[in-house]
Design a protein. Structure first.
Length: 274
């Protein structure tokens, strides 16, 4: 065998192995996060790492702190007067809560889709174009292109391309939620947060949203709050299980659901409580 060929093959094998084991870039690095609403502690010493182009599910019973945690990641909790916290949330190597951070810019970069669809009482087109226009973009050709691209990415274009000037409120619940996803994508975020995006949808619409989320991770980092354990198992790469403000367990989704290390996790996923 040609020695040079053998060396090249070994080098290629080594490089392939490195690609397989090296994780994606670290996006969020949460360290010892404690959150309070007034005197009530809602999150306790949370440590969590989220990597680029992955889907991370936050699951647990009601009141465990899932929504509080996700709202820390785009600083939505800043709007709650009684909110206070300590610890650190790193985002792409910077301190998310540093005084130099422009919160408006941050929320464009870390978009959010809420539990219930919340389209604006405007046309389908204007819903998607809204974020661009408030940034001062007036180029109609550019806006048209972004609207179409965002609706394509949200798997909604074929359903609405001939009715863009109709009210967004005429869409079904599932279509409205996909419209909200398109509106979020239009401003080019790096991260999309989903706070129980399927809880108000029927099974068919839920399946479309789940399929969309799996596709979106190729371009975005996704974090989703869900009460639905089956949903977490279907769509996420990693899963965090929270209870009463504590992060009980975090790891690969397959491990969490097939060989959890904590008894309380096993009891939750087998339906003994929750």
């Amino acid at each position: 065998m040609n020695p040079e060929f053998s060396v090249n093959r070994q080098r290629d094998k080594y490089q392939r192995e490195r690609v397989e084991v090296m994780p994606n870039k670290l996006v969020f690095d949460i360290q010892n996060l404690n959150v309070y609403y007034g005197k009530k502690q809602v999150l306790k010493s949370i440590d969590l790492k989220v990597h680029e182009n992955t889907v991370t599910s936050l699951m647990g019973p009601s009141g465990c702190g899932k929504s509080t945690l996700i709202r820390c990641l785009n600083r939505m909790n800043d709007l709650v007067l009684s909110f206070c916290w300590d610890g650190r949330i790193g985002y792409n190597g910077m301190d998310l809560y540093d005084k130099s951070v422009d919160v408006i810019d941050l929320r464009r970069e870390i978009g959010m889709v809420f539990q219930k669809p919340n389209p604006f009482p405007k046309s389908i087109y204007e819903n998607v174009a809204y974020g661009l226009k408030i940034q001062g973009i007036r180029d109609r050709g550019l806006i048209d292109g972004v609207v179409e691209e965002s609706l394509q990415k949200s798997a909604l274009w074929d359903e609405v391309k001939d009715r863009l000037q109709e009210s967004a409120l005429t869409l079904s619940g599932g279509q409205q939620q996909r419209l909200c996803i398109a509106r979020t994508m239009a401003v080019k975020p790096q991260v999309i947060l989903f706070d129980e995006p399927c809880s108000a949808l029927d099974p068919i619409a839920t399946a479309k949203i789940e399929e969309l989320i799996v596709q979106l991770k190729e371009k975005y980092t996704i974090i989703i709050v869900t009460h639905n354990m089956q949903q977490a198992a279907r769509i996420s790469d990693t899963t965090a299980f929270l209870m009463l403000g504590d992060l009980i367990e975090f790891g690969k989704t397959t491990d969490i659901f097939t060989r959890p290390t904590k008894k309380v996790t096993e009891e939750y996923i087998t339906g003994r409580f929750g």
